[in-house]
Design a protein around this ligand. Structure first.
Ligand SMILES: C[S@@+](CC[C@H](N)C(=O)[O-])C[C@H]1O[C@@H](n2cnc3c(N)ncnc32)[C@H](O)[C@@H]1O
Length: 226
């Protein structure tokens, strides 16, 4: 499986730092308002929550702060992400359980129907077989459990570059950034919203709600097992 790091031509540590730096942009007030409206009403008390491709653990930290008594698990294929999540992040309560796992290859070590909310943020687009991933999500979800997918959606190249290349940088840095983003363009722009809806439906999931929360490049889908 090709990793995010290989696709972006960056090291594990650079990806960790990129995810930390962009966390507040991905999980901003609009995200949490949407989460309160669309996800929280479906959660039981003390829900089991799993973040697949959890990165540096900051979403799980935020969930620890927001959802009383949640039991939290994070899985990721990159050890540097889990090291950061385990050693550097401060949790207000019990730390989530973290485990190194390639979700494209190995099943998640949790029982069928045991998960009340499973999230994947900026991960599914990179997996070669998103339908197999959806099948695993369906195996894990409780009957009323929620799959929260947040991922890239296709936009025209100029719109993508305008969003991704910081106009405040010096001209030379902008050129370097533009080259890096051109390399990532096909990775981030694989799926339209309709493509994602197709993947989710074919993967056995029904979409309760979906919305562009963060510019036209990123969409959020709230799903349950069909
Ligand atoms: C773009 S980062 C997003 C991290 C996190 N979800 C966030 O939003 O901060 C993608 C993450 O998915 C992980 N990942 C990619 N492929 C994976 C796989 N096959 N199994 C588990 N994790 C994977 C990467 O290691 C990385 O931490």
């Amino acid at each position: 499986m090709t990793t995010h790091q290989e696709l972006g031509g960056i090291t594990d540590e650079e990806l960790v730092n990129r995810m930390i730096a962009s966390h507040d942009d991905r999980f901003d007030e609009a995200f949490w308002d949407y989460f309160s409206d669309q996800v929280v009403p479906h959660l039981p008390s003390h829900p089991s929550m799993v973040d697949l491709g959890c990165g540096p653990g900051l979403l799980l930290r935020d969930l620890r702060d927001r959802i009383d008594g949640a039991r939290l698990w994070g899985f990721d294929v990159t050890q540097a992400m889990l090291d950061y999540a385990t050693d550097k992040v401060v949790y207000d309560g019990a730390a989530p359980q973290y485990e190194l796992l390639d979700v494209a290859r190995d099943p998640v070590p949790l029982a069928d129907g045991s998960v009340d909310m499973l999230s994947m943020v900026a991960v599914l687009h990179v997996l070669n077989d998103p339908l197999a991933a959806c099948e695993e999500v369906c195996r894990l979800l409780a009957d009323d459990g929620i799959f929260l997918l947040q991922d890239w959606v296709r936009t025209p190249l100029p719109v993508y570059l305008e969003r991704m290349v910081n106009a405040d940088l010096a001209a030379e840095q902008q050129q370097t950034m533009r080259r890096a983003m051109l390399r990532l363009f096909p990775v981030h722009n694989k799926f339209t919203v309709d493509d994602w809806l197709w993947v989710l439906a074919e993967g056995g999931l029904k979409v309760l709600n979906h919305k562009h929360l963060r510019s036209p490049h990123f969409s959020t889908f709230v799903c349950q097992k069909a």
